[in-house]
Design a binder for this molecule. Structure first.
Ligand code: NAD
Length: 306
């Protein structure tokens, strides 16, 4: 049984150690393909793999065609928009994610972005505080819940919109429920995005919504750049001098923002949300255990291509 870990951006070594411990205990062979630049390296390595662990690496029809023995692919992370689920179905490959394993890391990054921005990028100008400000949590899943907990510590006024989570579950976190996303954006100076990228949410954060945000609006995106309609984003930047955008990785229109709206945005150079040793370790351990469990007991609890 061969488990391939294919990561264009490698996990922390200590996290790979977690995968090794679990796979060795199960007497599986482990192969690492880290920091690869060429898809041909992945196609070659996956050809005799029974299980595959990836991060944001694309698992396409081409990869699955090359993976003749593959039975399971696990995305060590929450969002699984990098897995072609139709192709997984067609190739009889079980696709899983490892939900909740990196959510605290992502929430801490969202607050890092908010605090750095609030303090004027440490340039000596007098900034502002988070205490007493309103925060809208768009999507109340694993990351959204961590945002709520941290925001409580900062004394922020918390709201959420997530039609798939019950009011009871939301209120446990001391968060007020909005019935529409329009209500959320109208109420909150800060809006932090924690929805998945899919057919329904792609480009769903658009002009009419952003226009509703109050004075000194700040949109924080540690979800996916694909959920933002960038034509709308540019229009809002043009119309509202008070609007700011803070994001984990730059949008496609970054060059225009850099040229025209300096000082009103903040992007990480590389995707940083899940980049902590703790998050890497949690996700790696979960991925390895899920694979062993799948082969030993048939457990498909975290399957996403049902
Ligand atoms: P999750 O699945 O636990 O939560 C997503 C929440 O969004 C769910 O509660 C769901 O009900 C809600 N939702 C779905 N569609 C919605 C809609 N149309 N309107 C409102 N709510 C909606 O996922 P998570 O772990 O909280 O992560 C959220 C997203 O963040 C992931 O899908 C991923 O794209 C992104 N993410 C980014 C990083 C990073 O490195 N920056 C790391 C982890 C996750």
């Amino acid at each position: 049984m061969k488990v391939l870990v294919a990561t264009e951006k490698a996990f922390a070594p200590i996290a790979v150690g977690q995968i090794r411990t679990v796979t060795e205990a199960a007497c599986y062979e482990l192969e690492l393909l880290e920091n690869y630049n060429n898809i041909s390296d992945l196609l070659a390595a996956v050809s005799d793999a029974d299980a595959l662990i990836v991060r944001s690496d694309l698992v396409t029809e081409e990869v699955l065609d090359a993976a003749k023995k593959l039975k399971i692919v696990v995305r060590a992370g929450a969002g699984y928009d990098n897995l072609d689920l139709n192709a997984c179905n067609a190739h009889n490959v079980v696709a899983m994610n490892t939900p909740g394993q990196n959510s605290n890391a992502v929430a801490e990054l969202a607050f890092t972005l908010m605090l750095y921005n609030a303090r004027g990028g440490f340039t000596g100008i007098s900034g502002s505080e988070l205490r007493g400000k309103s925060i809208g949590i768009h999507g109340f899943g694993n990351v959204g819940k961590h945002i709520a907990e941290i925001a409580a510590g900062f004394g922020m006024d918390k709201y959420t919109f997530d039609p798939f989570v019950t009011e009871k579950d939301i209120k446990k976190y001391g968060v007020k429920v909005c019935n529409t996303k329009e209500e959320l954006y109208s109420r909150c100076q800060y809006v932090s995005l924690h929805i998945p990228a899919n057919d329904k949410t792609s480009k769903s954060i658009e002009y009419d919504l952003l226009k509703k945000m109050p004075q000194d609006a700040i949109l924080v995106n540690t979800a996916r750049k694909e959920v933002i309609d960038e034509v709308s984003l540019l229009k809002i930047f043009e119309e509202r001098r008070d609007f700011r955008y803070l994001a984990d990785v730059a949008p496609d229109c970054a060059d225009i923002l850099k040229e025209k709206y300096k000082g009103r945005f903040l992007f990480t150079e590389k995707k940083m949300g899940a980049q902590t040793e703790e998050a890497n370790m949690n996700a790696c351990l979960a991925a390895a255990r899920q694979i062993v469990d799948f082969f030993k007991t048939g457990n498909e609890k975290y399957r996403v291509n049902k």
